[in-house]
Structures are given as structure tokens and as C-alpha cells.
Design a protein around this ligand. Structure first.
Ligand SMILES: [Cu+2]
Length: 322
């Protein structure tokens, strides 16, 4: 060992640590399934951070272990330790390295956020342009009320490749204590779970009726607050058919932990069928409806057995129908 120069040993150790960390960053198995077009972008960023964390962990903990053994107190040694005064060069070194890492991660994260659609201004869709005005965003809905139809600007919008295009499917999402409600404005369907076709560019317009909630689909790697009084958005493309959890991830009250739903990603045909069935089930036509109200129960009392499995109880239903 004495013949091998220390710098060469350090170099070999450095290469080994780096190679192991890069490999671990790709094979850690810590993240759930990737089920959206946005997921690989987020995971790429996570994997780089994870590799850097492993390098730092191995270097710091490894140095502690080596020093623990190499510089341990030998029997009969009662002398003082070496007086170390500090090292300017070393301090510059361990300040500069983390600075470079943090700046690089910052630039990389903004790049990922931009590619996911986070930097989209949201001005390109649904904005009513009244001739002769440059910034008009109001539209008459025919009832005499002037309603704002400007698209929400907070949250994840169109990815750079989808700029200036409206989403394939829009769903209005309402968060309330303690359930998620999904409304399909084009077909008038309401439900307690989200259905989306695989490969479609979906935009969720998210609102809240009471307190702040947050809609999170771990397999999609997207998350957005639902805020009372303003609409936020989340735009994504689901890439793998399946059923994934929707989790409220903002502590919103006593039953926050049970504020869950699910998103069903299905083929275009399956989605169209579901939409059609839901439309029929939700009409008041008794000839085509799948369930009828035979007694004098209120709508919410009558519907509650059917909605229990969706996590929607009678009180919540009554709230929606008001
Ligand atoms: Cu909540």
C-alpha cells in the first residue's frame, strides 16, 4: 500500500463512488409507476438529486469511518491531538462545490417545470376577444350576468409543444370537506371519480368551496392546490391505462385523511362508453335511468347508498345540490 500514491487512491475511490451513485440514482426503485407524460421529467430531476445525495452521503460518512479507524487513540498515547487551525483552500472548495450544485439544480428544475407546462401563461384559451379591445376577458353568458371566462393561470398549463392549443378534455374539479367532485362541462356528467382517456391532453380546472385542498396523483407526478375564490389548473397527458389514487395533500380538517378518490385512465372507447352511461344514469328520464327513487326520500338520502363507495356521503351530496 505504501507504494501507491495517495492521490491515485483518492482518484480511484472518487470514480467508484461516482459510478455507484449514478447507478443507484437509476435503480433506487423509490418512486411509484410513471403514468403520465410529465412523470419522466420529474423523475429525471429526482434521480439526479438522489445521485448527488448518495455521493455526499458516502463521502461524508466514509471520511468519518476512515478517520475513526485511522486516527483512533493508540494504547499508551496520552498526548494532545494535532492543533488544526483550519484551511482556507478547503473552505473555498467546500463552499464552491455546493454553490455550483445548487445553482445547477435550480436551472434544471426551472427547465423541468417549463417543459411540464408550469411557465404557460394560460392566456391562449377561452379568452373572449371583443373586437376593438386588446385585453377584454369578459363574456356575456346570455343570462345578463357578465362572467369572467379567462383561463386559470396558476398551476401546470400547456407544455411548450401544446402552446396555443386548447386541451382535448376539460374537467372542472371541486374540492370540499371531504371529497373531490368532477364535472365534465361538455357532457354535463358529474362524478366522484375522474375518468380520462389515455393519451388525451387533459386540463383540470380546480376550485374549492371551503378551505384549501390539494389534488395529487402520485403516479402522474403532479399536484396542485385547490383554493377558495380562484381557479387553478393542472394539465397532463396520462400514458398508461389503469386506476390510480387521487389524494388530498393539504391538511384540510378532521377527515382530511379520508379525502381520496381515484383516476381511471382508459381507452378512448371505454371513456366514451363511461361518459354515455353516466349521462343516461344522471338524466331524470325514468325510462332510461338505471336507478329510480321510489319513495319520498330527498335526493341526497336516496343517492347516498350509491355514492358511499365513492367516498361521498349524504351530507356532501346535500351540499352539492344546494
Ligand atoms: Cu382536502
Amino acid at each position: 500500500m505504501a507504494q501507491i500514491p495517495v492521490s491515485l487512491l483518492t482518484l480511484v475511490a472518487g470514480i467508484a463512488v461516482t459510478a455507484f451513485s449514478v447507478w443507484m440514482g437509476q435503480h433506487h426503485n423509490l418512486l411509484p409507476l410513471q403514468a403520465s407524460a410529465q412523470a419522466p421529467l420529474v423523475d429525471g430531476f429526482f434521480n439526479v438529486m438522489f445521485s448527488i445525495a448518495i455521493v455526499l452521503f458516502l463521502v461524508v460518512e466514509g471520511t468519518i469511518l476512515i478517520f475513526l479507524v485511522k486516527y483512533r487513540r493508540r494504547p499508551g498515547d496520552d498526548t494532545d491531538g494535532v492543533p488544526v487551525e483550519g484551511s482556507f483552500a478547503l473552505e473555498v472548495f467546500w463552499t464552491a462545490i455546493p454553490t455550483i450544485i445548487v445553482i445547477a439544480l435550480g436551472i434544471y428544475s426551472v427547465d423541468v417545470y417549463g417543459r411540464m407546462g408550469g411557465l404557460d401563461s394560460g392566456n391562449h384559451q377561452q379568452v373572449a376577444q371583443i373586437p376593438g379591445t386588446a385585453i377584454a376577458a369578459t363574456l356575456s353568458d346570455g343570462s345578463g350576468n357578465e362572467s369572467i371566462t379567462k383561463a386559470p393561470e396558476i398551476g401546470i398549463g400547456a407544455s411548450p409543444t401544446e402552446q396555443a392549443q386548447a386541451a382535448d378534455l376539460e374537467v372542472n374539479v371541486t374540492g370540499m370537506q371531504f371529497a373531490w367532485l368532477f364535472n365534465y362541462p361538455q357532457s354535463g356528467v358529474n362524478g366522484g371519480e375522474l375518468h380520462v382517456p389515455v393519451g388525451a391532453d387533459v386540463q383540470l380546472n380546480i376550485a374549492a368551496t371551503d378551505v384549501i385542498h390539494s389534488l395529487w396523483v402520485p403516479q402522474f407526478r403532479i399536484k396542485q392546490d385547490a383554493i377558495p375564490g380562484m381557479t387553478t389548473r393542472l394539465r397532463f397527458v396520462a400514458t398508461k391505462p389503469g386506476t390510480y389514487p387521487i389524494v388530498c395533500t393539504e391538511l384540510c380538517g378532521g377527515y382530511h385523511g379520508s379525502m381520496r378518490s381515484q383516476v381511471v385512465v382508459e381507452s378512448a372507447d371505454e371513456f366514451a362508453n363511461w361518459l354515455k352511461e353516466s349521462q343516461i344514469a344522471q338524466t331524470n328520464e325514468t325510462s332510461t335511468a338505471v336507478a329510480m327513487n321510489p319513495t319520498d326520500l330527498s335526493n341526497s338520502e336516496f343517492l347516498s347508498p350509491y355514492t358511499e363507495n365513492m367516498g361521498v356521503n349524504a351530507a356532501t351530496l346535500a351540499q352539492i345540490q344546494e
